[in-house]
Write a protein that binds this ligand. Structure first.
Ligand code: ATP
Ligand code: MG
Length: 408
């Protein structure tokens, strides 16, 4: 049997919000660990889980990594209330985590059992002494320790733990309202979706698909990405709105000057996404834009594209470098899906020289050449909502060449 201690994330929230935060984390936790037979002990600022021997702790850790709002978790060891015994039992765990050179270290103690004869400071001091005698590579550093031994003396026993697994931190999904993620098959937007969830937003996703102009496999990527993201969502479910974009896409390719194709394509997406957000009471659009990454993400481009938005727009990645985004994509396990080689509407037939400083009045003048209002209406009407669950794969690619065919 293993005992796990879970700590909350950003508990700087006050009053009612804090209560709600804890309640939401609990709900997510119960749902994400429902497949195990665990015992839960809820305390004000922490949660204990008892894991039976039949379940590997790593598999519980994996599920905990999908609970947004959890700050960290540790395996806690139970021991008699005897400092010599605590030191002896803690030493092997400390040895596992120390480096080959001198490692800054401290002991942090709490004395919940006030009848214990030493104060918490005295406990820490005595334990440090016992441990340093056995592991000379440790060196006490109260301010910047690399390794911390945490000890708690309680009524029934003493508890200690050495290492912490870091959780997502942030806030539990759903506490901060709802947003609509513009999800492409690329690397960035799934990462943006995750960051929005970890800041407490529940999400729907929207994808603009141009089959048969583009391959259905590019839509499959988006379905599969949504499935991975659903691990973090309440009920492990995310709604994916799939918008047929081929008509508008072709209209743009045929009638808009090259330099403005990308700008106007993005304006059409934003118009539709913004209308969808209003229709479904989603409070913000969320996308994977990062300043300066490509021509459509200069400040002038963003300004011109989002002039047509009626919604608040959040860009979690706006200041991220590509390597930071890649590291997150790998951690989330979205990366291998994102790099599957299928082009979507934003990468196919891309003009060689898109404008990096498009202006609104010119975009508008070009748009007047195409009957886009009606086309947008039709696209919204024909949008299909897929409910994607983390444990259910939806295979579109083998069922047809277009989304319409595949969903028939
Ligand atoms: P990503 O890796 O997220 O595709 P990117 O760097 O390739 O980002 P763009 O292709 O310019 O950037 O797209 C910018 C953002 O616009 C994306 O992050 C995404 O939020 C949104 N987007 C682009 N194409 C689509 C699409 N077909 N459907 C939905 N959203 C899209
Ligand atoms: Mg892209």
């Amino acid at each position: 049997m293993a005992l796990l201690l879970l700590r909350f994330g950003d508990l700087t929230l006050k009053g009612k919000n804090q209560k709600q935060f804890i309640q939401k984390v609990k709900e997510l936790l119960l749902e994400k660990t429902a497949m195990f037979r665990l015992e839960y002990t809820f305390q004000h600022d922490r949660i204990y889980l008892t894991v039976p021997d039949s379940i590997p702790v790593e598999s519980v850790f994996k599920q905990l990594s999908y609970v947004t709002g959890l700050h960290s978790y540790s395996v806690v060891h139970k021991c008699e209330k005897d400092l010599n015994l605590i030191a002896t039992q803690a030493i092997p765990f400390l040895q596992e985590v120390i480096q080959t050179k001198q490692t800054p270290f401290k002991v942090e103690s709490k004395r919940a059992d006030k009848s214990f004869p030493l104060t918490s400071q005295e406990i820490s001091k005595a334990l440090s002494k016992l441990i340093l005698r056995e592991i000379p590579l440790l060196k006490v550093d109260m301010h910047d320790p690399v390794v911390t031994l945490e000890v708690e003396i309680r009524q029934e026993a003493a508890y200690f733990y050495v290492s912490k697994e870091t959780g997502t931190g942030g806030f539990p999904v759903g506490i901060g309202g709802k947003g609509l993620v513009l999800l492409s098959g690329g690397i960035d937007s799934p990462v943006a979706a995750y960051l929005a969830m970890k800041k407490g937003l529940a999400i729907d996703c929207i994808h603009f698909e141009s089959t048969p102009l583009t391959a259905i496999e590019s839509v499959q990527k988006v379905v599969d990405l949504t499935q991975v993201l659903a691990r973090y969502a309440p009920n492990s479910t995310i709604r994916l709105h799939v918008v047929p974009f081929e008509e508008i896409h072709s209209m743009i390719l045929n009638h808009i000057p090259e330099a403005y194709i990308v700008t106007i394509m993005r304006r059409m997406m934003v118009r539709i996404a913004s209308a969808m957000a209003q229709k479904h009471h989603l409070q913000a659009l969320i996308n994977g834009e990062s300043l300066g990454q490509v021509a459509s993400q200069t400040i002038e481009s963003l300004e011109t594209i989002y002039q047509v938005s009626q919604s608040l727009v959040l860009r979690p990645l706006i200041t991220y470098d590509k390597n930071e985004i890649l590291a997150l994509a790998r951690k989330l396990e979205t990366y291998p899906i994102s790099v599957r080689p299928f082009e979507d509407c934003c990468t196919i037939y891309i003009p060689k020289s898109p404008s990096i400083r498009p202006v609104g009045w010119l975009a508008q003048r070009y748009e007047e050449k195409i009957p886009y209002q009606e086309a947008i209406e039709r696209a919204i009407q024909a949008t299909q909502v897929l409910v994607i669950h983390a444990n259910q794969t939806l295979d579109l690619a083998s069922r047809g060449l277009t989304v319409k065919e595949a969903l028939q």
